[in-house]
Structure formats: structure tokens, C-alpha cells
Ligand binder design. Structure first.
Ligand SMILES: Cc1cc2nc3c(=O)[nH]c(=O)nc-3n(C[C@H](O)[C@H](O)[C@H](O)COP(=O)(O)OP(=O)(O)OC[C@H]3O[C@@H](n4cnc5c(N)ncnc54)[C@H](O)[C@@H]3O)c2cc1C
Length: 404
């Protein structure tokens, strides 16, 4: 069977939020873009479906926010953090002057990712579904990708290749970007009907059995919710925890979920949080979104950073193509901007996670935050990635914590 050969200026592997957003932005600037994904769309992506306030400005700039709001997706105005003893801190985004919109959304990924992919196609990107990409195409540098479609082998030749493959690590390995298993979170989620007390909040539960990690309940409609849990990988000795069993136990303990009925199977998937451990540019290629390890390690949320990194990449690629330099050197402004924006945050948060992921420490934080506005604002800001995690080590934080 002869190989199908496509050519483009840019080939983007992965049509999740990072890949589709980048495809739309580049196509809108007149670039010839091929977007490929191994899935047939619309496709589901195992996720909590939570769009943080940080994701909203990018969706607004893409012109998609009015469509999402018109479709009636749930607006979320805050979060409830529930300690192991049931103590609850209800934080409202509007209360903390975080320089972000005062709401997020819950949009099932089956619908969000299809909207973003369609938008990319509307802007002029060509989309190839069911194309499983397995390796780079090499000239002196990377000059495209090779893989398979159901009808035979596929080659896409391009001046620039973008890896937007999320937590899947196979292709990153064959590009030589990842050599070992990256640090991350293992997570599981399901959709349930009959969930009680659903408000306009992202609800997080911190219990001893779930540490280091948490369970969540995110409302999809008046009585349906995305319910799941995530636990940091390799943080405990012994065999890895059985996440499905832990979720079942959590649901039994949780009165709100007593009458919940599943709307489909539970699904699990890993989350990468290892930015900035891996290179994000090379000769002829660039990495965006979760493929670059860009997921907030505190919350496990990565759609917002996927969207933001796509915007940063679009600017860098546009310039590199105009200058005719798609080497790692020509793409270095992308790597620099990512590092300037996110590296300090990821490093600080990792230290914080080592010190304060126990339910006891989190219980103290939740109790104090209810009475101390400065502390509450700091925690909210760190959770949304807009405050420095190093603030958690400042004398003011310790004063606010210790004065009872
Ligand atoms: C259980 C769970 C809950 C989560 N909850 C939230 C949440 O509530 N909010 C939030 O913001 N984030 C959440 N996340 C994280 C979020 O899902 C990801 O960070 C986000 O999807 C990253 O977007 P992306 O575009 O980088 O990659 P993805 O959305 O993962 O898209 C990657 C795409 O690449 C394709 N692909 C992969 N390999 C290949 C290949 N070799 N060839 C062709 N195509 C390929 C895949 O089919 C996929 O479509 C959660 C993750 C999990 C696992």
C-alpha cells in the first residue's frame, strides 16, 4: 500500500484544546495548517471538565465565549474546599481581586474539544482524523511526521511540527523529548445523575484516604455532575492505590452522592505536571499544552494553560515562519516566554506540595482562610496560578496561620 503524503507549513499533532487553538490562530493568520488526531471526532477526553477563570479570557479572544454561554453551560462563581472534618471554605472568585473574570465554566470535553476543532477548521485548518502519529520525519531537522490511518500509512511534510499530544508520551519518546516516566497525577472520573446540593462552585474534598490528592464534584447541570479523584503518583510507598475503589469508597461516605447513579463507565487517565523538565522546542518542532507538562500541579487543571500556551506559540511560530528560521534558535522566544511565565510557579508549587498536601495541614489552611482575607486571597491566587507559591513561605503567611 503506498503512503498518503500531505504537505503543509505547520503540522499539529493532537486536536485537544492546545492543538486546535493553535491551529485556529495560525490559520487565521494565513498559515497552511494540518491538524491531525488519532481519534475520530467528536471524541471524549477523560477530564473534570472544569474551565477555570483563567481559561475564560482566551476563549473570549477566540470569539467562542458567547457560543459557550448561549449553550447554557454552568457558570461557576467560586470553589468550596471541604476539609476532612467537613469544615468548608466557600471562596468566591469575585472576592479576591485576582485580575481574572469572576467565573469559570463546566463544559463536557466531548463538546468543548469539538467546538475548538470546528473553530480551527472554520479558520482554514485542514483536519485529519484517525491518524495515529508514531514518529518524526527527519531531514537535517524534523520535517514532519509519519503514522498510520485506517486506510494505510501517512506522512505529513511540514516546515514546522507541533506536538500537542497531552499526557500521551509515546510520540514524545520517539522525538527524544521524554526519556523517563514524568512525574504526574493519576485520576479517574465519571458522570453521575442524582447528585445533591449542586451549587455554582467547583467542590474539592480533602480526606485522609485521598492524600496526597483530592476528590471533586463539578456540576454539569442541575443534578448531574462530573465526580472524580486524583492522587499524586509515587508519593506513597507500596503498590499504587486503586483509584476506582477509592472513588467508590468516597462516594459511599459522601451523603451528597448517596443517591447518585452512573451515567456511563468510570474512566481514568494520567495527568502530567512536569514542566519545565523537558525541552519545549527543537530543530523543526515545538511542544504545547500538557505535552509540555503544563498542568497546574495544585489543582490538576490544564485546559487553561493549554489555551495560553497555544497563544504564546502562535506568536512565536508566526515570527519564526516569517523569518524562515524554524530551528530551536528561531523558536527560542516561545521557550523563554513559557519559562518566564510558568517556571517559577511550577518550582514553588512543587515545594509546597511536598510540605502541605496532608489533610491535617489543608484542614488548618481551610479553617484559617475563612477568617483571614489576606490568607484566603493568597491561597485562591496560588490555586489559580496568579499568585506566587513562594508567598506561602512569607512571614505574613506564617503570622496569619499561627495567630489562630
Ligand atoms: C481525570 C482528569 C480530570 C481532569 N480535570 C481537569 C479539569 O477539570 N480542568 C482542567 O483544566 N484540566 C483537567 N484535567 C487536565 C486536562 O484534561 C488536560 O490538561 C488538557 O486536556 C490538556 O489539553 P491538551 O490539548 O494539551 O491535550 P489533550 O486534551 O490531552 O489532547 C491531546 C490530543 O492528542 C491526541 N494524540 C495523542 N497522541 C497522539 C498521536 N500519537 N497521534 C495522533 N494524535 C494523538 C489525543 O487523541 C488528544 O485528542 C484533567 C485530567 C484528567 C485525566
Amino acid at each position: 500500500m503506498s503512503a498518503a503524503v500531505e504537505t503543509a507549513e505547520v503540522v499539529i499533532v493532537g486536536a485537544g484544546p492546545a492543538g486546535s487553538t493553535l491551529a485556529a490562530l495560525l490559520a487565521a493568520r494565513g498559515h497552511d495548517v494540518v491538524l491531525v488526531d488519532r481519534a475520530a471526532f467528536p471524541r471524549d477526553k477523560t477530564c473534570g471538565d472544569g474551565l477555570t477563570p483563567r481559561a475564560i479570557p482566551v476563549l473570549a479572544r477566540l470569539g467562542l465565549l458567547p457560543r459557550l454561554q448561549a449553550n447554557g453551560y454552568r457558570a461557576i462563581h467560586g470553589a468550596r474546599l471541604i476539609a476532612a472534618d467537613g469544615d468548608t471554605w466557600h471562596m468566591r472568585f469575585a472576592d479576591y481581586d485576582l485580575r481574572l473574570p469572576d467565573f469559570g465554566l463546566v463544559v463536557p470535553r466531548l463538546e468543548l474539544d469539538e467546538l475548538l476543532r470546528q473553530h480551527a477548521v472554520e479558520q482554514g485548518a485542514r483536519f485529519l482524523a484517525t491518524a495515529d502519529i508514531t514518529r518524526p520525519l527527519h531531514g537535517p531537522a524534523v520535517i514532519g511526521v509519519c503514522g498510520r490511518r485506517p486506510d494505510g500509512p501517512l506522512t505529513v511534510q511540514a516546515r514546522l511540527t507541533v506536538l500537542a499530544t497531552g499526557a500521551a508520551i509515546g510520540l514524545l519518546r520517539s522525538f527524544g523529548i521524554l526519556r523517563t516516566m514524568p512525574i504526574g497525577i493519576n485520576a479517574v472520573r465519571g458522570y453521575f445523575a442524582g447528585v445533591a446540593d449542586l451549587a455554582d462552585t467547583f467542590d474539592f474534598y480533602f480526606e485522609h484516604d485521598l492524600a496526597p490528592g483530592y476528590a471533586w464534584i463539578f456540576p454539569v447541570s442541575a443534578d448531574r455532575a462530573n465526580v472524580g479523584l486524583g492522587m499524586l503518583r509515587g508519593a506513597r510507598s507500596g503498590p499504587p492505590p486503586d483509584l476506582r475503589a477509592r472513588l467508590a469508597d468516597f462516594m459511599q461516605r459522601q451523603p451528597r452522592l448517596r443517591h447518585a447513579t452512573p451515567l456511563g463507565p468510570l474512566k481514568s487517565y494520567p495527568i502530567r505536571i512536569d514542566f519545565p523538565a523537558c525541552p519545549v522546542v527543537g530543530d523543526g518542532f515545538l511542544v504545547v499544552g500538557e505535552a509540555a507538562g503544563l498542568v497546574n500541579p495544585v489543582t490538576g487543571e490544564g485546559i487553561d494553560l493549554a489555551l495560553e500556551s497555544a497563544e504564546i506559540a502562535a506568536d512565536a511560530i508566526h515570527v519564526a515562519l516569517a523569518l524562515g528560521d524554524t530551528t530551536a534558535h528561531g523558536l527560542r522566544s516561545y521557550a523563554r516566554t513559557l519559562h518566564r511565565r510558568y517556571a517559577g510557579f511550577f518550582r514553588g508549587v512543587r515545594v509546597l506540595l511536598r510540605l502541605a498536601t496532608g489533610p491535617t495541614a489543608l484542614g488548618i489552611l481551610i479553617r484559617r482562610a475563612q477568617r483571614r482575607p489576606w490568607l484566603a486571597r493568597t491561597i485562591a491566587g496560588i490555586n489559580l496560578g496568579v499568585a506566587s507559591p513562594w508567598l506561602a513561605f512569607s512571614p505574613r503567611t506564617w503570622w496569619e496561620l499561627l495567630r489562630g
